[in-house]
Design a protein around this ligand. Structure first.
Ligand code: KIV
Length: 262
């Protein structure tokens, strides 16, 4: 199996759905590698891995550490690293930090959240040879400013803003766009006007691909479960059972057995 490239992702538009999942370490990345086209080192790691209440508390050092770990586990899938909150306030800062994710982290592409206010940032990155995935719609890094996670595409103003963002980001050369928490019928229309793939999360099925956070999809994160998450495994329950069995076996003297001893 060949390494997935940015251009192969772009070419899937209209032909084949794109699959993407998060991973934050080499252990999980190795399991997911080659099963999905894209592995996202998402800043969601702040919540599902770091125990923070939102994604705003992690920095470039954290993202670099996790991107390097994922890189060590991946041979085939495309690795996209999230730019954390506060790491791309100006085009110059965006370039400096995206370059770090490329050079030190080994990412194949970066993802950043934002609307037209980030157009210049994205343009500088793409002109500098960095592959960019934009993230529009519901933007978790804005949760504190907006006072919650709000579904987008609900009125004409929001729809027109999303349309402008899709058109502008296509023009400055992003290779894909993550569309989060957008009404399905709006997501379907945006997918039609975009030349690059639209990868949805909580945006219905008429998009070019889907992404989920791995700990949501496999039942490890139980603090809350958004409606758009489908659980493919009851991970937490299974692991709880296993750890209880392990502890009980030690207490009862069943572990280790003679065969497990030298
Ligand atoms: O950080 C993340 O995991 C993400 C996905 C939800 C798309 O941005």
């Amino acid at each position: 199996m060949q390494k997935i490239s940015v251009s192969s992702i772009r070419k899937k538009k209209g032909k084949e759905k794109i699959t993407m999942i998060t991973a934050y370490d080499a252990l999980m990345a190795k399991i997911f590698d080659g099963e999905v086209e894209v592995i996202l080192v998402g800043d969601s790691l702040a919540m599902s891995f770091g125990g923070y209440k939102d994604t705003l508390s992690i920095n470039m050092d954290n993202m670099l550490y996790h991107t390097m770990a994922v890189k060590r586990g991946v041979q085939h899938s495309l690795i996209v690293a999230d730019m954390p909150f506060g790491s791309y306030n100006s085009p110059k800062q965006a370039l400096k930090n995206a370059t770090k994710l490329y050079q030190q982290g080994g990412a194949d592409a970066i993802k950043l959240e934002g609307g037209l206010e980030r157009l210049k940032h994205i343009q500088l990155l793409t002109q500098s040879g960095i592959a960019v995935m934009a993230h529009i719609g519901l933007k978790p890094q804005f949760v504190r400013a907006e006072g919650g996670y709000k579904i987008q595409g609900k009125d004409d103003v929001q729809i027109s803003t999303l349309k402008q963002e899709v058109e502008a980001f296509n023009q400055v050369g992003v290779f894909a766009i993550v569309l989060e928490g957008v009404k399905s019928e709006v997501a379907a229309k945006l997918t039609k006007i975009s030349d690059v793939p639209i990868i949805g999360i909580g945006s219905g099925k008429e998009v070019d691909g889907q992404v989920l956070v791995w700990s949501d999809a496999f039942g490890f994160f139980e603090e809350f479960q958004p409606r758009f998450v489908r659980r493919y495994l009851e991970g937490r329950k299974l692991l709880k059972q296993a750890i209880q069995e392990f502890a009980a076996d030690i207490k009862n003297g069943y572990f280790p057995s003679d065969q497990e001893s030298y």
